[in-house]
Design a protein around this ligand. Structure first.
Ligand SMILES: [Zn+2]
Length: 399
């Protein structure tokens, strides 16, 4: 071979190799991108698929009978990730869902929104108007709002939230290459009951239609058994049957469990209010771990109670059936410290998520009680800094 021919051959080989590498690279990278324009909302093998999209029996008093989303049971503080690139349209507090984040997307020409509910703090990681990337950590799994244990409630709205249509998140993501049933630790049975069994949560009127303008068929006593079909409701009203008579009851008075008319205990220090809303005057502040007498009236998440000789309303989410339900008992029974029971917890300047963050606390870190509790917020000290934390994320059991 001459010098020239050898050089030409080498160059040819180099070109073939480069082309080959380029092809291999293209072949390896392209399907992964094309197959998954979306991402899973939680890390693989960190969640269980619990409650599915579709008609269901009400899981808690006042809840929906048609599940518009998919529930993922996961530990408190787990990372919640954006399912696609998009723009945050809502972040913060909302009634029912507690804390939420909503992201608007356009993927392959399809406009949709993803909604992440019951998170610890909706505006902790993202703000309204912020652009986020697929897979970005946007919130943390919590149990805020109408929820009984830490879980992510994910909704997908085709056409966008709230004017589009809520579709099955599992199907929507599977169509785009993400099969969440293969990535979970456990999938609960996807059975839809043919009939739901409920109890009246108070003395209530059974009406001929879904509204107070309809006639009264009869008056029902507290804790009588009702039957209903999953999904049978209209807005805030539920279609129920009692002793062969079918009518309508407001969802606030329909409960899947027997409503204790006896005694319940406060989980935290709690304000008793004159009316069932946070803007009505505070009548008394009730210490944590105090027994209260349940009265018959309920309104949404509010329960009317008697404390000493005072009657008033408290938020039912801070009540427990048992005394050991109280996780944090400031001052009382000599409890002077608690431990952080979530991955991350913000110490804030004031007793609300709208106040600024002082520092980030980590799981198992110890906080000293300063003893002032307001609406589920406890004033604490850690590392020389004082502030407020949401007491539901603390435990009085030493890790
Ligand atoms: Zn849900």
């Amino acid at each position: 071979m001459t010098q020239t021919r050898r050089r030409a051959a080498t160059m040819f080989l180099a070109a073939v190799t480069a082309l080959g590498l380029a092809l291999t690279g293209a072949v390896a990278a392209a399907p992964a991108q094309a197959a998954a324009p979306v991402a899973a909302p939680l890390k693989d093998k960190t969640y269980a698929l619990s409650s599915y999209y579709g008609p269901r029996c009400m899981p808690v008093r006042g809840s929906s009978t048609y599940h518009l989303g998919q529930d993922f049971g996961a530990s408190s503080g787990s990372d919640v990730r954006a399912v696609a690139d998009g723009t945050v349209s809502r972040a913060g507090t909302v009634s029912g869902f507690g804390q939420w984040v909503v992201v608007d997307h356009v993927v392959d020409g399809v406009r949709f929104s993803s909604l992440y509910a019951h998170v610890i703090d909706g505006d902790q990681r993202v703000r309204k108007g912020q652009k986020v990337r697929k897979g970005q950590h946007i919130a943390d799994v919590g149990s805020t709002g109408t929820s009984t244990s830490p879980h992510l409630h994910l909704e997908i709205w085709r056409g966008g939230y709230p004017n589009g249509k809520a579709v099955d998140p599992l199907r929507f993501l599977k169509k785009r290459g993400i099969d969440l049933t293969q990535r979970s630790t456990r999938n609960y049975a996807r059975t839809v009951a043919t009939s739901c069994r409920y109890f009246t949560a108070a003395k209530v009127r059974l009406r001929s239609g879904p509204g107070t303008g309809y006639g009264v068929l009869r008056t029902l006593q507290p804790n009588v058994v009702l039957t209903a079909k999953p999904g049978d409701g209209s807005g805030e009203w539920r279609k129920v049957t009692r002793s062969g008579r079918t009518g309508w009851v407001h969802r606030d008075y329909v409960s899947p469990s027997y409503t204790s008319q006896g005694t319940r205990y406060t989980l935290t220090s709690l304000n008793m209010r004159a009316r069932p809303n946070t803007s009505s005057p505070v009548r008394r502040t009730i210490p944590a771990d105090t027994s209260l007498t349940m009265l018959r009236d309920v309104k949404g998440d509010w329960q009317r109670v008697r404390y000493g000789s005072t009657n008033g309303w408290v938020s039912a989410q801070y009540l427990s059936d048992t005394r050991d339900g109280a996780r944090v008992v400031p001052k009382k029974s000599g409890n002077t410290h608690s431990w952080v029971d979530v991955k991350k917890l913000y110490l804030r300047k004031g007793p609300s998520t709208s106040t600024s963050k002082v520092m980030t606390l980590r799981r198992d870190q110890r906080v000293r009680h300063l003893g002032k509790m307001r609406n589920g917020w406890l004033e604490v000290k850690h590392g020389g800094k004082r502030g407020y934390v949401a007491s539901r994320y603390l435990t009085s059991n030493k890790p």
